[in-house]
Design a binder for this molecule. Structure first.
Ligand SMILES: [Zn+2]
Length: 497
């Protein structure tokens, strides 16, 4: 029998199979949405109870024991999550047996506490319904943390009452890399509540990301005083790292950041908060009188040290609100300058992270927006995580080149299948996953989920460099040249001051 992700133990009890023509739930902890999702999957009529749940406090938080016998299913778990995951397994058993139920026993529990999926809605906006689709599919793969990347250079996506321009101006851009198509979109507070409630209905926590002090051009376009030299700048229309970041010297910047965090914490009740911290060029800070005054006041040796202080300070603010903060580790060679209670989303495995807690978001395995020529299905499946202090794994879907669900599906599947094996059971390796691939494709088809075919997901020696080249052509961005001219302008302004 094929189950993705593979359970800890599956025993076939007899050759007996019972045709199922209706579904009825006994008393459970499941949400209405989770029940409806299961009924929709089976497309069977409602009937007398044939799935029974029993609470067993001795089991782990997400663990379940499921036994099926003569068409009846008995599920033991300590929580709604265990019941939900048992149902996801039951879906796959029914599906591959033509909705007949064999007699089996399954013992199952996850290896990793955090099993995450990140969606970047800053580059391209995804509607509430689309976000809910991502969330529902996360549950199918037994994932439990939705990382919601909400603020970017190219778009601000969340209503903040204290700063209305963020959505009025910051949620719109005039074009994308000269394509002349304006893009816009943001989530109201009601939208966010709908998304968070929906995630909770599938036992998924939501970690919002407020990416600071870099990746803030959309906010800067609304409130120019947030940046060092207070120039009028539009919401970014091109990809690439921006040199205008939040000014770390002015008190007004901290006032802004704290107020945004206050409102975001009201909208996102779960304990995790992501504060970005990636790709922060120091060109402006080095020249900015406010930043340099702050640096001196704090006795810091350079602008890099100022960034570390900035992250630690924001982490403290979030911590006082009961949040565990995460940051990307792109810019760090080691972890010495970042407080140990600020956890890493470890995209760059070259950083020496000491004993720090982290989520493995390896850019060499789990950046599932990158072409398969960079990260093949095999690379994802075979990736190993050093388990010490690892809180879990996260697959990230950046969306610079993922503008709709069709492309998202192509990039995400089948890699998410391999990823969820690693997250749930510690990984089975590519060769074992490959044996389940044909089954996985049929399961994705049944769920109306698109995917890359085997020759696309594991490109051969010819296709691999072509896929990389095709991707890289778009990286020849206008922004690189633009930055050089822009930097000169700022240098002149700083001198005149
Ligand atoms: Zn500054």
């Amino acid at each position: 029998m094929n189950i993705i992700p593979a359970p800890s133990r599956l025993t076939v009890l007899s050759e007996n199979k019972t045709k199922i023509d209706s579904i009825g739930f006994g008393e459970s902890l499941l949400s209405d949405e989770a029940k409806r999702d299961f009924l929709d999957f089976c497309s069977l009529r409602d009937g007398e109870p044939n799935i029974f749940f029993k609470k067993d406090e001795n089991l782990g938080e997400e663990e379940y024991i499921m036994k099926t016998e003569n068409g009846k299913t008995y599920i033991k778990s300590a929580s709604a999550a265990g019941q939900l995951y048992a149902l996801q397994t039951l879906k796959q058993i029914l599906f591959q047996n033509g909705f007949s139920l064999p007699d089996v026993e399954i013992l199952d529990k996850p290896t990793h506490k955090i099993r995450g999926f990140m969606l970047d809605v800053g580059r391209y906006f995804y509607t509430v319904d689309e976000v809910k689709t991502f969330i529902r599919r996360m549950a199918v793969h037994k994932l439990n943390l939705f990382h919601f990347h909400l603020t970017e250079d190219q778009g601000w996506r969340i209503q903040i009452d204290a700063f209305p321009l963020l959505t009025e101006i910051g949620s719109k851009r005039t074009n994308t890399n000269f394509d002349r198509i304006p893009r816009e979109g943001y989530y109201t507070k009601a939208d966010i509540k709908e998304i968070v409630d929906y995630a909770h209905a599938f036992c998924i926590k939501v970690m919002p990301e407020f990416d600071i002090p870099g990746h803030c051009r959309a906010a800067i376009a609304c409130y120019k005083e947030l940046t060092c030299f207070e120039r009028e700048l539009p919401v970014a229309t091109h990809w690439g790292v921006k040199h205008d970041v939040l000014c770390a010297g002015k008190e007004s910047t901290y006032d802004f950041v704290y107020k945004v965090i206050d409102e975001m914490c009201e909208m996102f009740p779960d304990e995790y908060f992501h504060i970005g911290g990636d790709e922060v060029p120091k060109h402006r800070w080095d020249l900015c009188p406010h930043c340099q005054a702050k640096r001196k006041e704090l006795g810091l040796k350079d602008s890099d040290a100022l960034q570390f202080w900035f992250m630690n300070n924001i982490k403290d603010y979030c911590k006082a609100k009961g949040k565990q903060s995460f940051m990307w580790n792109w810019d760090l060679k080691n972890d010495k300058d970042i407080d140990s209670d600020l956890s890493f989303a470890l995209c760059n495995s070259d950083t020496d992270i000491g004993d720090r807690a982290y989520i493995d978001t390896s850019a060499k395995a789990y950046y599932i927006d990158l072409p398969y020529g960079y990260i093949s299905l095999r690379d994802t499946a075979d990736h190993k995580t050093k388990n010490k202090n690892c809180l879990g794994l996260e697959a990230t879907l950046w969306t610079e080149y993922v503008k709709d669900m069709k492309k998202a599906d192509y990039m995400t599947y089948p890699r998410l299948g391999a990823f969820c094996e690693n997250a749930w059971n510690g990984g089975i390796g590519y060769d074992a996953f490959e044996k389940k691939l044909e089954y996985y494709y049929s399961f994705l088809d049944y769920n109306n989920i698109g995917y890359a075919k085997p020759h696309q997901a594991n490109p051969n020696k010819l296709r691999k460099p072509l896929s990389v080249l095709w991707f890289e052509r778009r990286q020849l961005a206008w922004e690189g040249l633009h930055n050089i001219f822009d930097d000169k302008k700022i240098e002149k302004m700083a001198k005149e001051k």
